[in-house]
Design a protein around this ligand. Structure first.
Ligand code: ATP
Length: 355
């Protein structure tokens, strides 16, 4: 099913939880809503589920206006972190509940068949007689999903569903949920404030800031071409530095960093330099290598101290400068925002010579 959200607004007293939000999700697409606390992610999800109304704007599902359609008739599966399972019901009964609340309740034999099919789908067929506190966190998550899938949803809404899981299980469950989404061919919207989770799972990520979607793109585009300084700072691990543009060149003085060529008007600007943009090289310079964070075959992620400012950079592994001795810092590029909001990619004026 496709979802079309047009110009949706929602206020709570003096708080604008959502303002002018528009988003289209294609059939079979997986979209993540990512943003800081209070940016409106859950409110948007609750509106889609029919648990919250809008002040203005429209939500259409496969072209049908959802205004006034009650939650249980929307055929939308919801897994909220706080939507705990019913503790007094077995795993079987929890999943069956999803079928029993349907408008046209199937006969008991059909319910049993469907529940077993769903438990097999989420790979816990042996747990049907257990109670929720007799299964692990990851298994509970699977039960919650099976319950949401029981209504044969056209759309699956997941609100921070992996928060209660430890890091190792979370990775597995994430991959498994994405696989399930692909196999069932449903549309899914995931709310998270974990950028790694959003980027790993979703086809597109909608970045939210104070009730608005500021950019919705693939992870690659968000990282390469962030639309606003907020997106550039919120995603990835870019270092933010003030600079001044003069005659098409961004200068970082008084910091001892080489300038970047940028197609921007003169004036104060902000540069976002990703670790790949900051080359840390052996040789005499004004940087000091403080730490090595991560080494792959050809690159090492390092932290370099430039006059007291710590920057995340990259060195060629095997040729990284020594710790706590002076080294050179060069720039391969970076994204620069002028104060009028215009942005451009910076290019080095000279080729970087490895030392
Ligand atoms: N029922 C409510 N009554 C009053 N204010 C609300 C209500 N629900 C949400 N808000 C406010 O609306 C704004 C958006 O809240 P929302 O829960 O959608 O954000 P969020 O991005 O999901 O945050 P989090 O990541 O912390 O869950 C917040 O400022 C919140 O305080």
């Amino acid at each position: 099913m496709s979802i079309e959200i047009r110009d949706v607004a929602r206020r709570f007293g003096s708080t604008a939880a959502l303002e002018g939000v528009s988003l289209t999700v294609a059939r079979g697409e997986f979209v993540a809503l990512l943003g800081p606390s209070g940016s409106g992610k859950t409110t948007l999800l609750r509106i889609l589920a029919g648990l919250e109304g809008t002040d203005s704007g429209t939500v259409r599902v496969d072209g049908e206006d959802m205004t006034g359609v009650p939650a249980r008739e929307r055929r939308i599966g919801v897994v909220f972190q706080q939507y705990a399972l019913f503790r007094h019901m077995t795993v079987f009964e929890n999943v069956a509940f999803g079928l029993r609340v349907r408008k046209r309740r199937p006969p008991e034999a059909e319910i049993a068949r469907r529940v077993r099919e769903l438990l097999a789908l989420v790979q816990i067929p042996e747990l049907e007689r257990r109670y929720p506190d007799q299964v692990s966190g990851g298994q509970r998550q699977r039960v919650a999903l099976a319950r949401a899938l029981a209504i044969e949803p056209r759309l699956l809404l997941l609100d921070e569903p992996f928060g209660a899981l430890d890091a190792l299980v979370r990775k597995d469950v994430r991959r498994w949920v994405r696989g399930l989404h692909d196999r069932l061919g449903i549309s899914t919207i995931l709310v998270t404030h974990d950028q790694e989770e959003a980027m790993e799972m979703a086809d597109r990520v909608a970045v939210m800031e104070r009730g608005r979607i500021v950019q919705c793109d693939t992870a690659e585009v968000l990282l390469r071409d962030p639309a606003t300084p907020f997106v550039a700072g919120f995603l990835g691990e870019a270092s933010r530095l003030d600079c001044q543009v003069r005659g098409g060149v961004a200068h970082f003085d008084p910091l001892p960093l080489p300038p970047l060529r940028v197609a921007l008007p003169d004036g104060e600007a902000q540069a976002f330099l990703r670790p790949e943009d900051i080359a840390v090289l052996a040789g005499t310079g004004q940087g000091i290598l403080r730490a090595v964070r991560n080494v792959t075959d050809d690159r090492a992620r390092v932290i370099v101290d430039l006059e007291g400012i710590l920057l995340d950079g990259t060195a060629a592994s095997g040729r990284a400068p020594q710790r706590n001795v002076p080294c050179r810092v060069a720039l391969r590029g970076g994204i620069v925002f002028a104060s009028n909001g215009q942005r451009a990619r910076g290019e080095p004026l000279a080729r970087i010579m490895a030392g």
